[in-house]
Write a protein of this length. Structure first.
Ligand SMILES: [Zn+2]
Length: 220
């Protein structure tokens, strides 16, 4: 586990943090791909967890949700907008892109019942739920007001999938049903005035001035 902020760690991933799973106090945030089971279970060995909370229900974030919740006997939480996808009544990857569909089938985990439906302002491990849709209808930012740490899911990413280089960008359009709404969510994230941004993909965003320039340069 890599320590990132008081009470916040990222589960190990070699060679780079490409698909992130965080631990906030005793709440696991996101659950990787289906094939991340060994890594996630190894990292959680000997640790108590009380809940799994998802930033959004996509194949690279819900992959081990059922496995973790069943093995550890913990409840699953996600935003109201993604409950149907998590419980199997709607597709997890709303995409028509053939490449994305191919990966989605490999990565996606089975449906699982959502025990706690999250809404704006709810509290999870000392973080406040901020609804930030666009990339997924139920995407959320977990924001901690005391030190302004933001766990932001895929509202922004800090790496490219192809080269795995560190670079701030919006999520790819082919995986984002409403890119304009996601841009509004990026501005919402900027308005929270975060001190540290922990994205779903890539290392932490620590250059907040660069993030603010990136957010204000987005058009539409
Ligand atoms: Zn993702």
């Amino acid at each position: 586990m890599k320590y990132l902020a008081p009470g916040v760690w990222r589960l190990k991933e070699a060679p780079r943090p490409l698909i992130n799973v965080y631990l906030a106090e005793d709440v696991l945030i996101d659950a990787g791909r289906r094939w991340d089971k060994r890594r996630i279970f190894a990292e959680l060995e000997g640790r108590e967890i009380s809940m799994l909370a998802l930033t959004h229900v996509h194949p690279d974030h819900q992959g081990c949700a059922k496995a973790v919740c069943e093995a550890r006997g913990v409840p699953l939480a996600c935003h109201a907008g993604d409950v149907d996808a998590m419980e199997g009544r709607k597709p997890v990857a709303a995409t028509s892109n053939p490449g994305a569909k191919f990966f989605a089938r490999m990565w996606e985990g089975p449906p699982h019942k959502v025990d706690r439906v999250l809404g704006e302002g709810d509290e999870v491990a000392g973080f406040r739920v901020v609804h930030a849709p666009g990339h997924a209808p139920g995407e959320v930012i977990f924001f901690r007001d005391s030190d302004r740490v933001a766990i932001c899911g895929d509202v922004v990413r800090n790496c490219t999938y192809v080269t795995m280089r560190t670079r701030l960008s919006p999520p790819p359009n082919e995986l984002t049903p409403d890119p304009a709404e996601n841009r509004r969510s990026i501005r919402k994230l900027a308005e929270l005035n975060p001190s540290l941004i922990l994205p779903g993909h890539g290392p932490p965003v620590t250059d907040i001035a660069a993030f603010e320039r990136f957010a204000s340069a987005l058009s539409g």
